[in-house]
Design a protein. Structure first.
Length: 548
């Protein structure tokens, strides 16, 4: 009798569990995954035969009414059936030469018994095995910019907000090469963000939520720039100088508007402790969740730019000068970009592309020199004992021309992972890039590369190239840790982006988030800036002299 009672209770409890209610977050996260999967895998949807965005908008009200796993699964099963039969092509033959990179790839959620019926899971697995086949990124399914729905966002309508959020989440899920090294699992970001997306009240709310979502990519290439008059719009009113954050203070490193700086007695080396009565540490904490970066130095670099611009013409800035705290009520102006030359005398000063330093040492400003200048640079610096390539900036595509001078042989310096559009979510290895050429007259001196958090993408990639010269020393600090081509998403009132391909050293070592590691680490100090010294360059000159 006891055994029969236990059996009845077991069956009854399982029945209750089977028909247990599912939450709105559970339904929507699962819908997001299924919708994205079908978008890239179902032959008719991925092939562009169906307006898949509109289909989501039509199905969301039905999904909202579903109370149990069975009801929810049935809606999705019927949705798939409505798309029509799928031609069976499995097994799909993969070339033996294809080498997969699968650290991003995970479709295990298809077999979830918590939300999906066995029948639904089976349908999804069949679609995976007989998926849409293409070698190229084609059709509206792969490019949201071809679909007008994302340009007509109704921020007050939760379903159109969900559509945009689903689109963005799935782009990252299937095509972001560095998903596997995010601090937080992308699945968790989906779950945690759902309530915020549903609670959005207006356009600024939308920007705030989506910016926070984008920070989870931990990618220095990521931006979320707003064009309209929003609290998130950049480039409005500016402090008349550039700064660097050191020890939770901001130190003036460059004057950007001479007359404005003179009016308020702003000088290189001045230390800023507060802006509008908020400490720099408090401002860093306030903006941390709105900016994304691969590492802490680059995050501080982005926050620094935010602190130095605002809406108000008048800003209270507290300085620490000679041990005393002084607050100045300053007028900030829009002198950025095209307006800057009107204010900045320094903009007229011509910087040298390359030059000779003392002791037969060459110096090249990689942010200025272009390919047509390289022959003159080679002729001027070929007999030096060392050349310092200053890459604390963004180069102009000169890597190959300079590598031909530095290298004795052609060398491979980077390999890549690219999205596999025939199997979304998977990435494949490609052969990579080489630099240099057979050159008996190659440069014989020391090669020094200066890097810091301003060194991003092409800077890091070029540094990898120069490392193949064989006598290269990297001096400075951690770089931005964002290498690879960028995927741009340009919408009506805002713009966002993320790294689109993976970049690695030929032996498979990562550069994303890590950056290019310096052989000799040197960071500027407040004292050094106030004394007018370039401590990174000084350390490079010491190394050239002593070898240490």
């Amino acid at each position: 009798m006891k055994k029969i009672t236990l059996l009845v209770l077991f069956i009854f409890s399982n029945t209750l569990f089977s028909y247990a209610k599912i939450t709105e977050t559970e339904k929507l996260t699962a819908t997001c995954k299924v919708w994205g999967f079908l978008k890239y895998y179902h032959p008719k949807v991925a092939g562009g035969e169906i307006n898949w965005d509109n289909q989501l908008l039509e199905k969301l009200p039905k999904i909202e009414k579903a109370q149990t796993k069975e009801e929810f699964s049935l809606i999705l099963e019927n949705w798939i059936d409505e798309l029509g039969p799928i031609k069976e092509i499995a097994p799909i033959i993969v070339s033996k030469e294809t080498k997969f990179f699968d650290k991003n790839f995970d479709l295990s959620w298809i077999n979830s018994t918590k939300l999906f019926s066995k029948k639904l899971s089976k349908k999804l697995k069949f679609i995976e095995e007989n998926r849409y086949q293409t070698d190229e990124e084609i059709g509206p399914a792969y490019n949201p910019l071809k679909n007008g729905n994302y340009f007509k966002l109704n921020y007050e309508d939760k379903n159109t907000r969900l559509l945009w959020f689903f689109m963005y989440w799935n782009l990252v899920e299937y095509f972001f090469p560095y998903k596997y090294i995010m601090d937080q699992k992308w699945d968790k970001t989906l779950e945690e963000s759902m309530a915020s997306v549903l609670a959005i009240k207006d356009e600024d709310d939308f920007y705030r939520v989506m910016r926070k979502v984008s920070t989870k990519l931990d990618d220095s290439h990521v931006e979320f720039a707003v064009y309209k008059n929003s609290i998130f719009q950049e480039n409005r009113r500016f402090f008349p100088a550039d700064c660097k954050i050191i020890d939770n203070k901001m130190v003036v490193t460059e004057i950007l508007a001479d007359s404005l700086a003179q009016a308020d007695d702003i000088k290189i080396g001045d230390v800023i402790t507060k802006v509008n009565n908020k400490t720099i540490e408090a401002l860093i904490s306030e903006y941390r969740d709105l900016y994304t970066a691969s590492n802490e130095p680059t995050l501080l670099n982005k926050i620094r730019r935010k602190i130095l611009n605002g809406f108000s013409d008048t800003v209270d800035v507290e300085f620490l000068k000679d041990g005393n705290y002084i607050t100045k009520s300053m007028r900030w102006f829009d002198y950025h970009d095209s307006h800057r030359n009107e204010f900045k005398k320094g903009a007229k000063k011509k910087k040298e592309k390359f030059k000779m330093l003392a002791n037969n040492i060459g110096y090249v400003d990689m942010g200025i020199i272009k390919s047509n200048h390289v022959p003159d640079m080679v002729e001027a610096l070929k007999n030096t004992q060392a050349i310092v390539f200053d890459m604390r900036n963004y180069p102009n595509g000169t890597y190959q021309d300079i590598a031909n001078f530095l290298n004795a042989h052609e060398e491979k310096f980077a390999i890549y992972t690219h999205p596999d559009f025939s199997y979304p979510g998977r990435f494949t290895w490609t052969e990579g890039s080489t630099c240099g050429s057979e050159n008996k007259d190659h440069y014989k001196g020391k090669v020094i590369v200066l890097l810091n958090e301003d060194s991003i993408s092409q800077s890091e990639w070029t540094a990898m190239c120069f490392q193949t010269a064989g006598n290269t020393t990297i001096i400075g600090s951690q770089t931005a840790g964002a290498d690879g081509n960028v995927t741009e998403l340009d919408f009506a009132t805002f713009h966002t982006r993320y790294t689109g391909i993976g970049v690695y050293y030929p032996d498979g070592r990562e550069t994303q988030r890590i950056g290019i590691l310096p052989d000799i680490e040197v960071k500027p100090t407040i004292k050094g800036i106030q004394e007018g010294r370039d401590e990174v360059l000084d350390r490079a000159l010491l190394f050239i002299e002593t070898g240490k």
